[in-house]
Design a protein around this ligand. Structure first.
Ligand code: ATP
Ligand code: MG
Length: 297
């Protein structure tokens, strides 16, 4: 590899959104990595996923920090497959994936953070949100009828509603961070053209038909609105304790490498270690050892 991946990922990190411009990230970018798709797959498995698996064991054993990974993207940007690949080496006991779809009646009866709050990872675990409360400033912002379904008292729905949601999200994430949740947010940035190609593939392959819905085409028609909403979202909610990573997503192998490297870096920053064993425990282990040895005699 010509460039170190740790260096490459830094350019996609946004911790202070004020000056962020979505146009500055090219979905086709490969970060200058001069490797083949095949090499990328091997590196992902043998280096990054292996490191991730080790770190996750310590995270779980230490049982203090929790990790929340949020994935947002346009359809067909590769959320599902990135989650599947990057998390493939992880012990399923220490990891939960939650997908957030159109809210149910019960969910609509609560405030917009309710359903995601219930799904937050407990200490020692990695929680993955495939879509999240950020849909509230994306699809809900673009479709006023969806907001209306939430039945928020009319007097509270003012022009400031999106600003207020950003404030509430920021306060929520700050609260989580202060209580030991490490947050990393990924926007998988696919191009309009690459989305078209992937939709076409879905139409051409019967095994992918279940993934296709005409609604996806409807949302595609609102592409520019979505890009504006995504940009605004990143500008208003990127913070040092809950950074956004705007990951080029036209090349799936590259997306996966970047996401894996970000998660590894986040976990390494925690200086995780297996809990030390105290004297009583040492004695207990010695006793167990001698009991087992006696059995053999
Ligand atoms: P796939 O890759 O399989 O298409 P997906 O995440 O797009 O996965 P879908 O069932 O196709 O899953 O779509 C979920 C839909 O739910 C999306 O269109 C999303 O915008 C919508 N959604 C998610 N959260 C909300 C919300 N809070 N309010 C309204 N719609 C939402
Ligand atoms: Mg979909």
């Amino acid at each position: 590899m010509t460039k170190k991946l740790e260096e490459v990922v830094k350019q996609y990190r946004v911790t202070e959104g004020r000056l962020f411009r979505l146009k500055e990230v090219d979905p086709d970018d490969r970060g200058g990595l001069k490797i083949s798709k095949k090499q990328a797959g091997t590196t992902l498995q043998e280096e990054w996923i292996a490191r991730l698996a080790e770190l996750q064991e310590k995270l779980y054993a230490q049982d203090q920090w929790s990790v929340l990974l949020i994935f947002q993207a346009m359809d067909a940007a590769g959320k599902d497959s990135t989650i599947k690949h990057v998390m493939s080496g992880i012990n399923p006991q220490g990891c939960d994936v939650h997908s957030f779809k159109v809210p149910s009646e019960e969910e609509l009866d609560h405030d917009f953070l309710w359903r995601t709050t219930k799904a937050l990872p407990t200490r020692g675990r990695i929680g993955i949100f495939n879509r999240s409360y950020y849909e509230e400033v994306l699809v809900v912002r673009i479709h006023p009828d969806i907001l209306a379904r939430q039945r928020i008292p009319e007097t509270l729905v003012t022009r400031s509603i999106w600003k207020q949601r950003f404030e509430d999200i920021n306060a929520f994430e700050r609260h989580l961070a202060r209580n030991g949740t490490v947050i990393r947010k990924f926007f998988l940035h696919v191009s309009h053209e690459e989305q078209r190609r992937r939709f076409m593939d879905r139409l051409d392959e019967p095994e992918k038909h279940w993934k296709f819905s005409l609604a996806d085409i409807k949302e595609r028609e609102r592409w520019d609105d979505y890009m504006r909403a995504y940009e605004d979202m990143i500008r208003r909610t990127a913070t040092p304790h809950a950074p956004w990573y705007v990951v080029p997503a036209d090349h799936k192998w590259f997306t996966r490498l970047v996401v894996a490297a970000v998660v590894v870096e986040a976990l390494e920053g925690l200086k995780l270690a297996f809990p030390a064993v105290d004297d009583d425990k040492e004695k207990e282990l010695a006793r167990a050892r001698s009991l087992l040895a006696d059995e053999a005699n």
